[in-house]
Write a protein that binds this ligand. Sequence first.
Ligand code: ADP
Ligand code: MG
Length: 272
Amino acid sequence: LGIFANLPGVIALATASQKGGVGKTTVCINLGHALARRGWNTLLIDTDPQGGIGLSLSRNTRKKRGFYDFLMAGGNVRPYILPTRLPEFSILPCGVPDAFLKAGRVDDAPQKIQDLLRQCDILGYDVVLMDTAAGLTGITEVAVRTADWVLIPQQAEPLAVRSVPLLLETLARFRSEGSQVRVAGILLTMLLASHEASLKVARELREMLPASFLFNQAIPRDPLFLEASAHGLPLGLLRKNPPATALLFDQLAADIEERTGLNTRKDQLQSH
Ligand code: ADP
Ligand code: MG
């Protein structure tokens, strides 16, 4: 026991954004796949009742139980976890949110999500990605407050310059209220490098925020995402040779390993 005592447990990373349609689910699927490709045992949890993860990565998950069934009933989460094509990459679909939506809330949601993360730790996951619904209320708020890290996908559009500081203020409030969550980074998505207005947003955010807040990588607007989601695949599995945008997620995964300390865990494991 002693030699592993200082190893960190599973790292929980949640997405957050005020708006829908900014690329949260797409980032989770492709980042999860990239982390798994790099050898991390990764679980992607869909906390959005709309259930985009199950629909995107696995067939016939509509009636399968998942996150919301666990949230209502607790118990062992393992039977709800589904495999993907990659052995290191598993998903916990949103399940059947009907009972939750009818009740409107779950009083012990924070304890349930903490228990869920503990179970993931025991099951041997290195990373848990929690995909969330838009806004920072309800279950999304609980998931973000419970996470170690938050990743903020942000569309490269002019409104970002106003919405990012507001989101950061909300996260600072969570911390002042006892949450340990830290900002892993802001990820620009749907960047149109050919359009000055899109590039200008990237520049303005870089000037406005502390240097390390924006990830170096920005995800371009790429029609291949549409094709990938139609096939239920991460971009990296769409073609025999992964498209350039898929390689960006590998760089993003490497960056996240460093920012969250996952990479030091690898060093520690190797040194024993
Ligand atoms: P969210 O989870 O924030 O609601 P999604 O990841 O579901 O957003 O993305 C919304 C839509 O935009 C989806 O149809 C998705 O395929 C598409 N999309 C996401 N990211 C990109 C991108 N970088 N380029 C082009 N289309 C994208
Ligand atoms: Mg989504």
